[in-house]
Unconditional design. Structure first.
Ligand code: 7GP
Length: 800
């Protein structure tokens, strides 16, 4: 959008005064931020309106991405960038003596998601809009986002994230579009005399679902999609039975908290309620809109609408869509089923069995009686149809209702036309192992969609310096098409370009070093290798392997302080799930190891360890550009894809990693020698599973280095980790090291040494870094969403 600096300054000043009855001399940052956001909203509002009109008039097919989590981070700069006014606004504010980056700090991180799955959903939102694809989000507007992490005495402490306290300037509350979602009560079917079974209800609990729309603005185009988030409220006219405080409390709880504590029955029930709540509200709105604006035959809806089930949390889309079609819109069962399967598609994001959702039949029956009936009917019909064709064992293994549980992945696969994994290796594992029985029955439904990242946020916003250098070197076309970065390959031997890249990295390291000093009070050496592991804390991601290697380096230096070592700064960022005890013990150990090492004068600045608290999207934007090395060291087969690996690659960071998830595709794309690969392969891991012959205790006893390090966990060498050190020691030596940390240790040490060797040759390192950037194109989520659009959703991009 064309906007002059003069116009902007005028609009901004006026808005500041009209909104807050103040002026530039007195306004605080919160007021400045709100006024600025409000001006920006004014700029995009018309584009949003026209794009909605365009969508309604053309009636083109749209996709709806149902996700119980989104992790957008801050939106101010990304909206400005996408509207093409970042520079103008920055300069306009500068004229007033205001720093845009200071204003941006006021915005809370929108964190209504936990990690990879939620962040991917937000990358997709950005990419859908930026590629002109009509694709919208549907989720929950949690009052409290992901907890804020504090580190106190080395322990993780969780604080509530009340991100809405100062309002949210980007959202629009659409009270007119509220719908009702119902729970519990009784349902029975009565024949209407024409042979149709009509459901009748009694004593249902009604909840009002109010949508809040947030625009998803495309990058320098005219597409604005919608992320619709639902808030639960008490309906105005309430049955007397529900006019009590407990009901009010429960209703507001529904959209209060991201992932309620699921260690007790009430917490689990609440989670199931949340799942149905946003599914039902979202589908109702889609259908109202379809009937209202398009006036088309409901039986042709699959030509106009695609609904995506992001992991199994929205799996109730399948029976709810059936309910709406059959009960509310009078479509016959067979036609409705055919339509549902065409409309729905499903992505699996993990093979870890604890994440495969199942709900007790009884719970579903009581909370969602009609949905339960429909699931039973889907299961019954399918079983009757398939038994004669494929035999009892395959049918049994793939049933939706089994052992008193409703299996949500089974429901998702059966009720949709597409099931995909998120990287090649992961999709193969789904076909060959985890979901093999389904693959036998529905081979055509299985496909791969390797993840990607919204490159605009992860380089144009996070790393303006590097972006500028790339512009100078190859022009700006890469900003619209990340594949264009391949032009950088022509500069692999160009000393000037390599120097500039090195300088940019160094400056980003200085920026991070300053932040580390401010937040952690630790002074780090910017010439050191910045070696970063940032992601959720989980045993399979093996932060522990990283920590054990740090201990090795430390003991080496203690023994020989003059050792010729490239200085290292190890940086961690990780939240542990509040009830995940073992993960919290690892955080405590890392922090105590950091304390011990950072305060030991003998290692000087050759080794530092920094745990940055409250890792989130904004912190990632500071840390990732400054990384020389990114750690992607999960046990092969466990990380479905990973996406930080792609963000690092984009920022010229070299990866040290296992042959897991998307690492494999990254190593392939970057080319041999440009990253550091180690560890067991997926096949070797499965070989151990088959033979049951892994023995971690042997390694502990026979490898003196491992022995020394593990003993340090329990012999008082590392202060203040008496119970945590013991817990971790036992997990490795008594409980046989579930994630093969000790098995991969030696090869990890070897890869770390290779890495250090390459770092001593700055030119070779810079070339490898350049090759990572140059080959990152295919990891743009623009590519990923285009594949979803072409192969799964059958939606088409708007032509500008
Ligand atoms: C994550 C996977 O662990 C990660 O490998 C992947 O990159 C990401 O999804 C996006 O596909 N999974 C989750 O965040 C998650 O919550 C459980 O999975 C359902």
């Amino acid at each position: 959008m064309k906007l002059s600096k003069k116009q902007f300054k005028q609009d901004f000043e006026e808005r500041l005064t009209s909104k807050f009855a103040t002026d530039l001399t007195k306004a605080g940052y919160q007021e400045i931020y709100d006024a600025l956001a409000s001006v920006v909203k004014h700029y995009y509002a018309n584009i949003w309106v026209s794009d909605n009109q365009y969508k309604d008039e053309t009636g083109k097919k749209q996709a709806y991405y149902f996700s119980i989590e989104f992790l957008p981070g801050k939106m101010l700069k990304s909206n400005l960038l996408n509207l093409g006014m970042l520079k103008t606004v920055r300069e306009g504010l500068e004229d007033f003596g205001i720093e845009l980056d200071e204003v941006a700090k006021v915005e809370p991180d929108m964190a209504i998601g936990n990690g990879g799955l939620g962040r991917l959903a937000s990358c997709f939102m950005d990419s859908l809009a930026s590629t002109g694809l009509p694709g919208n989000g549907n989720g929950i507007r949690y009052r409290y986002g992901l907890f804020k992490q504090k580190i106190i005495d080395g322990y993780q402490v969780e604080l509530p994230d009340s991100w809405l306290n100062n309002g949210n300037p980007w959202e629009v509350r659409r009270a007119d579009k509220a719908v009702e979602v119902t729970f519990g009560g009784e349902v029975w079917l009565e024949d209407d005399g024409k042979g149709n079974l009509i459901p009748h209800y009694k004593d249902q609990e009604r909840v009002l679902a109010v949508p809040y729309d947030t625009p998803m603005i495309g990058y320098e185009n005219t597409t604005v999609n919608n992320m619709c988030l639902w808030r639960s409220e008490v309906p105005e006219e309430l049955d007397p039975k529900f006019q009590n405080l407990e009901y009010m409390r429960q209703t507001s709880m529904l959209s209060a908290e991201l992932y309620p504590d699921d260690s007790n029955y009430d917490g689990r029930l609440l989670r199931l309620k949340q799942e149905y709540f946003f599914v039902s509200a979202g589908l109702q709105r889609i259908l109202h809109h379809y009937k209202g604006t398009q006036k088309k035959d409901i039986r042709r809806i699959s030509d106009y609408i695609a609904v995506h089930i992001n992991d199994t949390h929205p799996a109730l889309c399948v029976p709810e869509f059936m309910r709406l079609l059959v009960d509310d819109y009078g479509v016959g069962w067979n036609r409705a089923w055919d339509t549902t399967v065409k409309v729905m598609s499903y992505t699996n994001h993990t093979i870890l069995s604890e994440a495969l959702e199942k709900w007790p039949e009884e719970m579903v029956k009581q909370l969602l009686p009609r949905i339960y009936q429909i699931i039973v009917e889907i299961d019954r019909r399918r079983t009757a149809e398939l038994l004669p064709k494929i035999g009892a064992s395959l049918v049994h293994n793939t049933r939706i209702i089994k052992d008193g549980q409703i299996h949500m992945a089974n429901l998702s696969i059966i009720g949709s036309h597409s099931t995909n994994g998120v990287a090649k290796l992961h999709s193969d594992l789904l076909k060959d192992v985890e979901l093999h029985d389904f693959y036998e029955i529905y081979p055509e439904r299985f496909n791969n969609k390797t993840n990607g990242i919204a490159d605009r946020r992860w380089i144009q916003i996070a790393n303006e310096r590097l972006s500028g250098i790339i512009d100078e070197t190859i022009g700006k076309s890469w900003r619209h098409d990340l594949d264009e970065l391949k032009l950088l390959k022509n500069f692999k031997d160009d000393e000037k370009t390599l120097e500039k890249l090195q300088k940019a990295k160094y400056d980003d390291k200085l920026r991070l070093a300053a932040l580390i000093k401010e937040k952690n009070g630790i002074i780090v050496n910017p010439d050191a290798i910045f070696d970063v592991q940032v992601k959720r804390l989980h045993a399979y991601k093996r932060q522990l392997l990283n920590a054990l290697h740090i201990l090795k380096l430390y003991f080496d230096l203690k023994e020989n302080p003059e050792l010729d070592r490239v200085p290292r700064v190890f940086i961690f960022g990780a939240k542990a799930a509040p009830s995940y005890h073992y993960a919290k013990s690892i955080i405590k150990c890392i922090n105590e190891i950091a304390n011990m090492i950072n305060n030991d004068q003998t290692v000087k600045d050759k080794l530092k360890v920094v745990f940055m608290e409250n890792y989130n999207v904004s912190l990632a934007e500071m840390i990732i550009p400054a990384a020389n090395v990114g750690e992607q060291i999960s046990l092969a087969s466990k990380e479905a894809s990973g996406t930080s690996n792609m963000k690092f690659m984009l920022n010229g960071t070299l990866t040290i990693g296992t042959l897991d998830g998307a690492n494999i595709e990254i190593f392939e794309a970057a080319g041999d020698g440009n990253n550091f690969v180690f560890g067991l392969t997926k096949d070797e891991v499965y070989e151990y599973y088959r033979n049951g012959n892994y023995n971690a205790r042997d390694i502990f006893e026979q490898n003196p280095v491992v022995n020394r390090i593990l003993n340090a966990l329990i012999d008082g060498t590392i202060p203040n980790i008496k119970s945590e050190g013991r817990e971790i020691f036992d997990s490795l030596t008594v409980y046989n090291d579930e994630y093969f940390v000790l098995r991969d240790f030696n090869d990890y040490v070897r890869a770390q040494a290779d890495l250090e060797k390459l770092y001593r040759d700055p030119k070779a390192w810079a070339q490898a870094s350049l090759m990572n950037i140059a080959n990152v194109g295919r990891f743009s989520s623009d590519r990923t969403v285009k594949e979803y659009a072409d192969d799964i959703w059958y939606i088409k991009a708007k032509k500008e």
